[in-house]
Design a protein around this ligand. Structure first.
Ligand SMILES: C[S@@+](CC[C@H](N)C(=O)[O-])C[C@H]1O[C@@H](n2cnc3c(N)ncnc32)[C@H](O)[C@@H]1O
Length: 265
């Protein structure tokens, strides 16, 4: 049986470039394919953000990894966006993109896709520039600590959280997953929103040499984790068709949760 410490050790071989190639280029991010899993995720996030109910001062993306697709709709609704990751290599990858350095991953196709969902006729380059300006910090996070952002951000100071494929990918078991959700919930103001994307029935994924184990979650387990402290505002699931299955993970699907922290419990 794995432990939080063994998982942290295993993450030291996580390869951001390999992870990006495995998950964020075609076929998974082929936006001409109506089955594209990345397109599905972007649509879920865009729909929640178009509700007019989400917004405020601070948005925190818990465990950005080397990716920014997960904030492409939400960042527009907040004055300040904070990206976070457990690993320095991922924080460096994010900074490379933020500073438009050579070798940075090309998020243009994903940004273009979000512009087309939002339907304002805006060139994707304008959104990209705005996001780069809106990110104020890229900081470390550990979801297994009661204060996941340490001294950088105190509890109950955040208006909304985004998180994608984090908690199940760094927890040894379901109780640890639920506890980690509780830890990040502590950052949120009452009434604040969470937009969470997660893997369904995944036991491992690859990122280069690293083989990371995941807590295998059903839809029911995913929903149940929000019983304490949240109202679920939207829940969606996506079953991976054969065209979207890859040999670098064994996920069967993806979940999307939009939840709102209760004013009081
Ligand atoms: C599957 S990646 C998710 C990346 C990205 N959010 C996405 O949507 O593709 C899992 C991430 O978990 C992070 N991680 C590992 N241990 C962690 C911990 N204790 N606290 C927070 N994040 C952790 C890793 O650094 C890695 O970026």
């Amino acid at each position: 049986m794995s432990t939080i410490e063994a998982i942290a050790e295993n993450y030291q071989t996580f390869n951001p470039a390999a992870y990006l190639q495995n998950n964020y280029i075609p076929p998974l991010a082929d936006f001409s394919d109506p089955d594209s899993v990345v397109a599905w995720k972007l649509k879920c996030l865009a729909d929640a953000c178009a509700s007019g109910e989400i917004g405020g001062q601070i948005l925190v993306d818990i465990d950005s990894g080397p990716t920014v697709y997960q904030v492409l709709s939400a960042f527009e609704l907040f004055k300040e966006v904070i990206l976070t990751d457990f690993l320095a290599v991922n924080r460096e990858e994010l900074k490379k993109w933020l500073h438009d350095e050579p070798g940075a991953f090309d998020w243009g196709p994903s940004i273009n896709q979000v512009c087309s969902i939002e339907g304002k006729g805006e060139p994707w380059q304008a959104k990209q520039k705005r996001l780069r300006e809106r990110v104020s910090r890229v900081i470390p996070v550990n979801v297994h600590q009661s204060c996941p952002l340490g001294t950088e951000l105190a509890p109950v100071t955040v208006d909304a959280l985004v998180s994608s494929f984090c908690l199940e990918a760094c927890s040894p078991n379901y109780p640890a997953f639920v506890k980690a959700l509780g830890n990040i919930t502590g950052l949120l103001k009452p009434g604040g929103h969470v937009l969470m994307i997660g893997a369904l029935e995944e036991s491992y994924y690859m990122a280069g040499e690293a083989r990371l184990s995941a807590v295998s979650l059903t839809e029911e387990m995913t929903r149940k984790a929000y019983d304490v402290g949240y109202i679920i505002r939207d829940f969606r699931s996506y079953t991976l068709p054969e065209s979207m299955t890859v040999d670098t993970d064994d996920a069967k699907g993806v979940s999307f949760v939009w939840a709102q922290k209760k004013e009081s419990d």
